[in-house]
Design a protein around this ligand. Structure first.
Ligand SMILES: Nc1nc2c(c(=O)[nH]1)N[C@@H](CN(C=O)c1ccc(C(=O)N[C@@H](CCC(=O)O)C(=O)O)cc1)CN2
Length: 286
């Protein structure tokens, strides 16, 4: 079996075309959605991701604001930048690009963001709303995974899903999203403490590999015809390597390319979170 491609590039492009039309309507109503990014330090991967996010904004008509701080920025400087964006009317939503330098506390930085401007859905209030099944901005990568699979005609309802990795940007919120009634999947969240990972992954209809361990999930660990989602982004010998081994393509029914799968969807969902928020602001004005 050679798996079919869960094409994140084509799917993200379709979503951006939809968003472009929605932004035109907003602009016609005198509202220009704006996305800001706060980049602390000079991590090349983070610089690349932020650059792509702003290029995406330009493509769909979202205004963008770039805030850059040095790697040795103090907590006071980070707080000042975040509070400035909380008060900036041109900023509909914004993110603090992760990771931030180790001397700063990520959870502290995320908690400073105005929850109504939290375009990443990573503020504790928004994560709490997700737990409580209340309307909330959803984290971009989990939201992108759900949308990518759905737009390829694959049903989450009743699916046995194994998520490998319990990180705050993917694993934990994805389990919460997929167990909502709207997706109705059954989720097993595996991690470094899981005793026999293969016992779990072999049972899965859908495997989401989000541990950040290169080639961790191999064909021997999945069942014939499974759907495999590669979230991992590791650098090995200067190249991006995912969590799925290449032999998975010979056994799975669907696989996300990496690059070209989840990454573009992460970016598309960020834009969607910004547009969703701008439309909500217009609606609240009546
Ligand atoms: N504040 C946040 N920080 C980070 C997040 C996040 O959701 N919010 N997620 C990850 C990485 N990430 C977002 O910034 C991200 C990863 C990958 C891509 C992407 O488009 N990748 C391309 C390849 C890009 C290249 O190598 O040139 C692909 O997969 O095709 C976008 C965003 C960490 N930080």
């Amino acid at each position: 079996m050679t798996a079919q491609k869960l094409d994140g590039v084509a799917t993200a492009a379709a979503i951006k075309a939809e968003l472009t039309a929605r932004v035109e309507v907003l602009r016609g109503q005198g509202v220009v959605p704006g996305l800001a990014t706060v980049l602390v330090g000079d991590d090349p991967a983070s610089q690349n991701y932020v650059r792509m996010k702003h290029r995406d904004c330009q493509q769909v008509g979202i205004a963008s604001i770039q805030v850059e701080l040095p790697a040795d920025a103090t907590a006071a400087q980070v707080e000042e930048a975040i509070r400035g964006l909380n008060e900036d009317p041109a900023c509909t939503g914004y993110i603090v690009q992760l990771p931030i330098p180790k001397h700063l506390d990520e959870n502290w930085a995320l908690s400073l963001i105005d929850p109504d401007k939290d375009a990443d859905g990573l503020h504790p209030i928004n994560l709490g709303r997700l737990v409580l099944n209340e309307p909330a901005t959803l984290p971009c990568t989990p939201r992108g995974i759900v949308e990518l699979v759905r737009r390829h005609g694959i049903d989450w309802r009743g699916a046995e899903v194994v998520v490998v990795g319990r990180g705050i940007t993917v694993g934990r919120p994805l389990g919460l999203i997929l167990t909502r009634r709207s997706e109705n999947a059954t989720v097993t969240l595996c991690h470094t403490g899981t005793r026999d990972l293969t016992d779990h992954t072999r049972r899965a209809d859908i495997v989401v590999a989000a541990a950040g361990v290169p080639g961790m999930v191999t064909a021997s660990m999945i069942r014939e015809g499974a759907v495999c989602i590669d979230v991992g982004v590791s650098r090995v010998d200067g190249k991006t390597v995912g969590d799925l081994a290449l032999d998975v393509w010979d056994k799975a029914a669907w696989v996300t390319p990496n690059p070209g799968g989840v990454g573009p969807m992460t970016r598309a969902m960020l834009l969607s979170n910004v547009v969703d928020r701008a439309e909500a602001l217009v609606a609240s004005r009546g």
